[in-house]
Design a protein around this ligand. Structure first.
Ligand code: NFS
Ligand code: SF4
Length: 615
């Protein structure tokens, strides 16, 4: 019996499934996390280096044994290099996702990817204008060229306020081509190249800006063009969205190129008929992690859960196929799926897994492959063992799909009403709460408590990623949740009929938050760093979150991390990121695991910003 299920998650569906898994002897990330204790102290502090084979080297944090690596690298150098590599990896993930989207967009524009169509003509026209091109194929080429651009900044940098662009220019960190910045991170961190922690961190900002204002923004924009710009839609969230009498397919990973196709294929009459012949009432598609967010915010497809629930979903015994592409997919899923009838299907040439069946999705024939995958799931339904099925009867309703366009729409066509409520003080400011789950934190505890405390203090919350799913499960994405908000925010939400927490999409959609920040700053005639705004990632785990944190701080936003980043072994890096950087980008990091204390830090920052703006 697993110990202390209530210490592992605040989500009742997770708690129920953790008990089921323990009883069945199934191992989860929480069990493996326990087996990893104590985790390596050098690693936790960022003090180990394996960048060359004179090492591995590690620095004694107490300064008694080795204070330098074999090459002479100090704690500052090693920590900064490790951090830069994490940023490069995170930026590469978002940006390689964007590349795939851009590539598919190009094939579609050439008539070679018939499964995909333009869904948002207006956004396409706006983007063509922004890039100064007159055809769709030219736009595809221009966007693809952003990845390998050798000189001069990428296009979307010009969406930032003029003052912000000036800061980046003066620091020499305007991002050039996305691939170039990531390669430069790898070059600089190889043995014997950049050994100045400040210079290393500046490159970290530059590469992360290539992600936030490049790769991630490209992914968001092209996905909106191909799959539609989100508008508010009602949907259900949590493991209870799985249905005992239907074929259940979970799409997990990140690129909607796959999940969109699975969603369409699942309503193909031929496959629905086949499901009925198998004795099922129909085909139920549910999302997980960020690809779940993509189809949630665009179509209201239910979400089965966030990152730490991927294994629990399989443990319900009711998943006929777990279909994945890239990122945040635990390699443990293969062995776990093997304990059930569940088919674990990988689809990306970039990501194969032990125990998975590989059915590769190619742009040219995506819909056909999606149909084959759905067919496998439907046939597999017949092999489901009803005695092993346990679906928690727990799900919550949510309103999702607040793209910047949708927010402006809800406000009557301009941001002015929002600015007025901020100016009047009814709404104190805006907080972005985002990021992963991590077994270091009781699942969703950091997310839900931080968000509740913020709205109680009249801070409007915007959310993406696994935080958005935590909020959905906790019922915070409903207009009724305004009852938990302070009087000012509550009145605004009631007047507009919107929730106090706005779900803006997946992690690449943090680019939407950047666009919103830029628009608000422009309207107020100030920089992003002047806004009454703050950000937090209470349960982050992924290198992608490191890249996001870097570009958000690089864009001027004060950002709280709820799990401790592996930098504390270096005084130089820690001081720079928490203090020194304030005078450089106007943003800074703070580390605060306690959600109530984190909320206080964010609120204090917002109030100080208001004072400076004379609000
Ligand atoms: Ni973001 Fe998505 Fe979740 Fe973290 Fe993973 S799903 S891209 S990285 S775990 S929020
Ligand atoms: Fe050790 Fe320096 Fe090699 Fe790193 S680069 S492993 S610190 S010798």
């Amino acid at each position: 019996m697993a110990k202390n299920i209530k210490d592992r998650s605040i989500d009742p569906a997770s708690q129920e499934m953790l008990a089921v898994a323990a009883k069945a002897g199934l191992e989860t990330a929480w069990d493996r996390f326990d087996k990893q204790q104590p985790q390596c102290g050098f690693g936790e502090l960022g003090l180990c280096c394996r960048n060359c084979n004179m090492g591995p080297c590690r620095i004694d944090p107490f300064g008694e044994a080795a204070t330098k690596g074999v090459c002479g690298a100090t704690a500052d150098i090693i920590v900064a290099r490790n951090l830069l590599r994490a940023i490069a990896a995170g930026a590469s993930a978002h940006s390689d996702h964007a590349r795939d989207v851009a590539h598919t967009f190009k094939l579609m524009s050439e008539g070679k990817a018939p499964s995909y169509q333009v869904k948002d003509q207006a956004k396409l026209a706006r983007l063509m204008k922004e890039y100064g091109v007159s055809t769709q194929v030219d736009l595809a080429d221009a966007v693809l060229a952003e990845f390998g651009k050798q000189e001069g900044p990428i296009q979307f940098i010009s969406r930032a306020p003029a003052k912000r662009q000036e800061i980046w220019k003066n620091l020499g960190i305007e991002p050039r081509g996305i691939d170039r910045e990531i390669v430069e991170c790898m070059h600089k961190t190889t043995m014997g190249v950049d050994n100045d922690h400040v210079n290393l961190l500046l490159q970290g900002l530059r590469a992360s800006l290539a992600d936030g204002w490049g790769g991630s923004m490209i992914a968001t924009e092209l996905q909106d063009i191909m799959f539609g710009t989100p508008t508010p839609v009602r949907a259900m969230a949590n493991l209870g969205v799985l249905e005992a009498d239907k074929v259940n397919i979970i799409v997990h990973g990140h690129e909607p190129l796959l999940s969109e196709m699975i969603v369409s294929a699942a309503s193909d009459p031929e496959l629905v008929d086949l499901a009925k012949k198998q004795g099922a009432k129909g085909i139920n598609v549910a999302g997980m992690c960020c690809t779940g967010n993509e189809i949630l915010v665009r179509h209201g497809i239910p979400i089965a859960g966030n990152f730490l629930q991927q294994e629990l979903a399989v443990a319900t015994g009711a998943v006929d196929a777990m279909v994945v592409d890239v990122q945040c997919v635990m390699p443990a899923l293969g062995a776990l799926a093997g304990c059930f009838h569940t088919k674990f299907i990988s689809t990306s040439p970039k990501a194969k897994f032990p125990g998975a069946t590989h059915m590769e999705l190619k742009e040219e024939s995506a819909y056909e492959t999606a149909k084959q995958i759905v067919r496998v799931a439907v046939v597999n339904y017949g092999l489901r063992d009803p005695t092993k099925v346990h679906i928690p009867n727990i799900k919550s309703e949510a309103i999702v799909g607040f793209s910047v366009e949708a927010i402006v729409g809800a406000l009557g066509g301009t941001l002015k009403p929002l600015l007025d409520t901020i100016a009047s003080g009814a709404v104190r400011g805006v907080a972005a709460v985002v990021g992963c789950n991590n077994p270091k934190v009781k699942q969703d505890y950091g997310h839900v408590n931080l968000v509740k405390e913020l709205i109680r203090n009249n801070v409007l919350v915007v959310t993406t990623g696994c935080n958005a799913q935590a909020c959905a499960k906790a019922g915070l994405l409903l207009p009724e949740a305004a009852d938990l908000a302070g009087d000012g925010l509550k009145a605004v939400c009631k007047a507009l009929g919107v929730p106090p927490v706005l779900h803006m999409g997946s992690c690449v959609d943090i680019s939407r938050i950047m666009v919103a920040c830029a628009a608000i700053a422009d309207a107020l005639g100030c920089d992003i760093s002047d806004l009454p705004a703050a950000a937090a990632a209470p349960e982050w785990m992924s290198e992608k979150a490191v890249a996001i944190g870097a570009y958000v701080v690089g864009s001027g936003v004060y950002t709280i991390l709820g799990t401790i980043p592996p930098i504390l072994g270096s005084q130089g890096v820690t001081e720079l990121l928490t203090e020194g950087i304030k005078g450089v980008t106007g943003g800074a990091f703070a580390v605060e695991p306690d959600p109530n204390k984190a909320a206080k830090l964010m609120i204090d920052h917002i109030e100080a910003q208001r004072k400076k703006l004379g609000l």
